[in-house]
Write a protein that binds this ligand. Structure first.
Ligand code: PEP
Ligand code: MG
Length: 853
């Protein structure tokens, strides 16, 4: 009997897949739709019937579909398989069940054509999967059966009968109904639902099923089955990968099983290409056609029967993020998809990983703990517990991981020397996190489940293992995992393919991306990643160099304004050199320099020994030093004498910095395109603060111009990082060329949530749904976003030309960039290593808003 299509074609829920059948992903699922596409491409796809979401739902509820109409589509002796077909194939579904229809009669027939052993193996596999999935027996029922072949089959059938008190069903229809019902019900199970929801499936996602005729894969010529794809799923490089099991090859002269063949010719052993060259060539061209027409790298599932290729299925190749980028770019370069689509296909969050070395996806991981991955990438090194040890280790040429309870500005040099940082305390915007991201240094913070005994130089893991100085750790800042030892790594993927994608992204983007860069090395990274200027240079880091620290300390101990100014004179040339270097690297682009921000006591030693040394260096009694340190101590330093408050009360520091900036501007432009320096005042909350600082800075500019006999341009702006500055933006804006929202402090102050301490309970808060995300990581659209909206609207109302931007850590986060773009900001500024992520995310926003998304 030749099957007909009419009966099932009339039933919208049970559809024979033909090129014109009404099959859609939202009614029959992605696999059914893909099979229809393959049919349209006239590929040799076995006969397939698709059951709609509705039909499967009804089966789950106990309604039997029109079985006769389904079975009529297939030869009476054909074996069938059933596979899941969810709307998005990534949502998964119950495992496929093969060889439905196996029974004593089929077994006898197949034993004749393929031999007892193979036929028994097929039957046995079906009985086991039926027993487990349909009859719901425990898998261990069959554990004791250690024979293969016919004996094993017999024992398996007996075990089935013993456990179920029923004989194994012989009827293909009865078997099929059982399988359909078990798969339909499996989809409704709690764990299946949670699993797919974690992959983004809606709560009411439907399941379709496809019933396909199986190709026996036995005959005179080459027979076998396998999967093939045209790319390497780890790198995305063009390369035939997959596997092939040949039924015809059997065993070699030594009795070894040689049924697993290479696909392409390979010196290591026989290949499908040699055994069946025509089939191999056919398969390759079908795979290429699939790639071209389905506009995707596909894994082809195939059977070869008597040397002829049958295509059972095509599924999107599973891939790493680096492969995803290369695949998208190659599809666009081959003209299969437009470049804009390639830009849309790469996940900006995943791009972050590609910019750094990573732990190889297949490497074994000995995970000691998981905490906040504050700066992505992975590095391996020997443990050190102090910045000084880190520097010594770097001097010996040994990679080291700096382990601290938390870091402070004094640790920055140690961080420069280390290959990774691990801290017990902190969150996404704590000191270690911000500096780590700036340096592109893998960093994990908030690892509070470990015991940090830095004085004893011991680190104890939650399971009691002790790590000491010199022991080897790997910090995977992408996943937040602290690993023992040295797993295999994958290098960063900053190749041509990355550059091509970035070029396409830039052509679409409509918001500028700058970088936060404090040092020449940061600036060079920013330039390499094609940042459009520096949006934040935190100048305080420049004062922690040992030669400068002592001058800073002298300045803090100066009694009078003129005494302070005299000491600062010595810092001026050093600071000017810093800026000359930055301006030369960034030539032709804007550079925004933030005036001094932290509380001064951060520059004073905290230990008794340090205070004694300082007393010696300044030739003061140690009691004077102690008194000064204690006088400067604040209960809440982050809300104390810092930022513009220092600028107002100790104005000599800003005077010196302004002079250094302006002199450097003139110096740098002697050889190179001029930069327009932007001078930014931090922590402003009142208009008068800006007026006071502005008048001094304007007069320094006038003095420098007069002394040098040269005019120059500069822009003065305000960092909006207190809620009051947002609310009063209308009166602040007229005095400024730009308003740059410092969303780290703004988030801290809006929530009243310490950025350095929040790490201790942030994960509990997110887990319990108090916050949907860490607000230091993803900008809080409802609260902090509202302040950004108010601040920008009020600022623009007073000064329509005011430049608006974000320079907090959120500037590199795709969701936060969307908020800034919606508010019409001119640019976002983020850590140099996040610049490509921001460029890609901004391009995607522009493309989707153009498409009305
Ligand atoms: C901010 O507060 O958002 C900011 C960029 O400054 P810092 O992180 O240096 O406080
Ligand atoms: Mg700040």
């Amino acid at each position: 009997m030749k099957p007909k299509g009419a009966a099932v074609q009339n039933n919208p829920h049970t559809t024979l897949i033909t090129s014109t059948a009404p099959v859609a992903p939202h009614t029959h699922g992605g696999r059914a739709k893909c099979l229809q596409r393959l049919v349209r491409l006239e590929m040799p796809v076995p006969r397939t019937v698709a059951l709609s979401f509705d039909a499967v739902q009804r089966i789950a509820e106990g309604q039997i579909p029109d079985l006769a109409a389904i079975l009529e589509q297939f030869e009476p002796t054909a074996l069938l398989c059933v596979r899941p077909s969810s709307e998005d194939p990534d949502w998964g579904g119950p495992g496929a069940v093969l060889n439905i229809g196996m029974n004593e009669a089929r077994f006898a027939e197949l034993s004749n054509s393929m031999g007892d052993e193979l036929a028994a193996a097929m039957y046995l596999r079906f009985v086991q999967s039926y027993a487990i999935h349909v009859a719901r027996l425990d898998a261990d029922v069959f554990d004791e059966i250690d024979e293969d072949g016919v004996a094993g089959l017999k024992r398996t059938l007996h075990a089935y009968e013993d456990e179920t008190d029923e004989v194994f069903p012989e009827d293909r229809g009865e078997q099929l109904i059982g399988v359909l019902r078990s798969m339909a019900r499996a989809w409704d199970g709690t764990s299946a639902r949670l699993l797919r929801q974690a992959k983004g499936a809606p709560a009411d996602a439907g399941l379709g099923l496809v019933i396909q005729e199986m190709i026996p894969g036995v005959g005179q010529g080459e027979c076998g089955s396998g999967v093939l794809q045209l790319v390497d799923p780890t790198t995305g490089m063009p390369q035939i990968t997959g596997r092939y099991l040949s039924q015809s090859q059997g065993r070699d002269a030594l009795g070894e099983d040689v049924s697993a063949l290479y696909l392409e010719k390979d010196p290591r052993g026989p290949s499908l290409e040699e055994v069946a060259p025509n089939a191999f060539a056919d398969l390759k061209s079908q795979a290429a056609l699939m790639r071209e027409k389905l506009r995707e790298e596909m894994q082809v599932e195939f059977v070869i029967q008597n040397g002829n290729v049958h295509i059972l299925d095509g599924v999107r190749v599973q891939r790493t993020s680096r492969a995803a980028m290369r695949i998208a770019v190659r599809l666009a370069e081959d003209g299969i998809i437009p470049p804009q689509e390639a830009v849309m296909r790469v996940d900006p969050h995943a791009l972050n990983e590609l910019l750094h070395r990573q732990v190889h996806p297949e490497a074994e991981r000995d995970v000691l703990t998981t905490a906040i991955g504050a700066s992505p990438g992975a590095s391996t090194g020997k443990i050190v517990f102090t910045a000084a040890e880190a520097q010594a280790s770097a001097a010996r040429g040994e990679a080291c991981v700096l382990v601290r309870r938390e870091t402070s500005p004094e640790d920055v040099r140690g961080m420069h020397a280390a290959v990774a940082v691990l801290t017990e305390k902190g969150g996404m915007t704590s000191h270690a996190a911000v500096i780590g991201r700036g340096l592109g240094l893998p960093c994990i913070v908030g690892a509070s489940e470990m015991r940090f005994q830095t004085k004893k130089k011991m680190l104890t893991t939650p399971d009691g293992r002790v790590f000491k100085t010199g022991d080897v750790l790997t910090i995977d800042g992408s996943s937040g995992q602290v690993l023992a030892g040295q797993p295999e790594m994958l290098e960063a993927a900053l190749d041509d393919c990355f550059q091509t994608l970035m070029g396409w992204a830039d052509a679409e983007r409509d918001i500028e991306i700058r970088a936060n860069a404090d040092t020449p090395a940061d600036a060079q990274t920013a330039r390499n990643f094609q940042a459009q200027g520096i949006g934040l240079c935190r100048t305080e880091h420049m004062f922690f160099d040992p030669g400068r620290l002592i001058v800073m300390r002298e300045m803090i101990f100066a009694q009078t304004s003129s005494g302070r100014a005299a000491v600062l004179e010595r810092l001026l040339p050093m600071q000017r050199d810093d800026f000359v270097q930055l301006f030369r690297i960034m030539e032709g682009q804007p550079v925004c320099i933030r005036l001094f921000d932290p509380p001064l006591h951060e520059f004073l030693p905290t230990t008794r020994g340090g205070q004694r040394e300082l007393a010696e260096a300044l030739d003061l009694p140690v009691s004077d030093v102690e008194r000064r340190v204690s006088a400067m101590t604040e209960y809440n330093p982050m809300l104390g004498l810092r930022g513009v408050r220092l600028g107002v009360t100790v104005p000599e520091i800003y005077d010196m910095q302004a002079r250094a900036i302006f002199e450097a501007t003139l110096e740098a432009r002697k050889n190179g395109a001029p930069v327009v320096p932007e001078v930014m005042i931090p922590l402003v909350s009142a208009k008068r603060e800006v007026e006071l600082v502005k008048s001094r800075i304007d007069s320094v500019a006038a003095a420098v111009a007069a002394e040098k006999g040269q005019e120059f341009e500069y822009r003065l702006g305000v960092m909006v990082e207190t809620p009051r500055a947002c609310l009063r933006a209308e009166e602040i804006a007229p005095n400024t060329a730009f308003l740059s929202f410092g969303t780290n402090d703004l988030t801290q102050m809006t929530y009243g949530l310490s950025r350095d301490d929040a790490g201790r309970f942030m994960s509990a808060y997110v887990r319990r749904g108090v916050f949907t995300e860490d607000p230091f990581h993803v900008l809080d659209a409802d609260g902090v976003g509202e302040l950004l909206k108010l601040g920008s609207e009020r600022g623009r109302a007073a000064q329509p030309d005011v430049t608006l931007s974000v320079c907090g850590e959120h500037g590199g986060n795709p969701e936060s960039i969307a908020i800034c773009r919606d508010l019409g900001f001119d640019y976002v500024s983020c850590s140099p290593f996040r610049v490509p992520v921001a460029r890609l995310a901004a391009a995607q926003l522009a493309i989707s808003s153009r498409l009305g998304g």
